[in-house]
Ligand binder design. Sequence first.
Ligand code: SAH
Length: 398
Amino acid sequence: MKQIYLKYGKEDSLLRFHPWIFSGAIHHWTEEPEDGEVVEVMMARADANKKYGEFQCAAVGHFQHGSIMVRVLSFEPATIDRAFYERRLQAALRMRQALGLRQQSYRLVYGEGDNLPGLVVDVYGKTAVMQAHSVGMHVDRQIVADALKAVLGDSIENIYYKSETTLPAKPGLGPENGYLLGGGVDDVADENGLKFHVDWLRGQKTGFFVDQRENRSLLERYADGKDVLNMFCYTGGFSFYAMRGGARIVHSVDSSQKAIDLTNANVELNFPGDPRHQAFAEDAFKYLDRMAPDAYDLIVLDPPAFAKHKDALRNALKGYSRLNQKAMEKIRSGGILFTFSCSQVVTKDQFRNAVFTAAALSGRNVRILHQLHQPADHPINIYHPEGEYLKGLVLYVE
Ligand code: SAH
């Protein structure tokens, strides 16, 4: 295994079990690793007099040229083989079993949160959708898939690999999408007793957003007799929960016609022919501008990440303020607003501040009823706070 030597003084984050090693921390290597190769990270420790001792292997991880150069898989010497992945996947599964999530659609692997940086696995019924965010996981995809099948056994028949949009553009990576096991086409999955199609072949991310499961359940509790707007509906998750909760009307809006088609198909699966639901392909800001005041008493705003990088932060916060202000200005008196941000670079406080600005500019009396976050199958590794991304507020607008 090729070895990477850290600079003196750059070992602190490793000693705190942070799983990323940045290029600036690296002093030299024995031989330049290829992208995706497993490497040993060598670290020397200082004594009380700042005198550095011998170098020792302090971690093993996937190498990749770029700002994050090593994603740590183990903080002790280890062989990264199928047995290694089986142990990690078994640990991930044990945690989901403790949560009672086994029968549902759920996230089995959430990257660093499950000590498998660069890997995401969502399970939808008999199909696991696997996604690599690092070249190392891409290189290892088949042994990960074999380990996944060994751990999940007969409960799954298909493993679809879907990494076209999540891998860096590098030549010669080989197929980034395709079945690694099976090839089944039964795409109907279940979430809390509601059915939905998962378009793992063409949909965004792994085909469905399992991270809103609990927040959708909360919305169901508030939906009875309400006129509901589900903005940025994608596959319509919040919409069919609202319908089951007894909403009077539900309008789903998304700028993508494909999303609207998916939403209509999902509503049809659960409530065939139900006239309460209508879907519109339109830009959110335009829809909110032209909609009549007092049209809705329950509004969901679940936009895509407005900031994917730190340099987009200021504009993203302005975007959240503008969006929320428009909804607050128009929601019925006594209305409830579910508002979210899934931008990892936007902190909970920054998001709350953006919503505060929106409330002040709308002039409405606003109270916070709930503070929402990602569910337990998207666990945050305590040593890797960057894993926290989803935050939401439920507001009562007087
Ligand atoms: N609420 C969804 C997930 C939303 S993902 C769920 O529960 O699953 C974000 C969605 O916003 C995508 O479907 C995307 O097509 C849509 N979108 C992006 N920009 C938009 C815009 N300007 N107006 C309306 N929809 C937009």
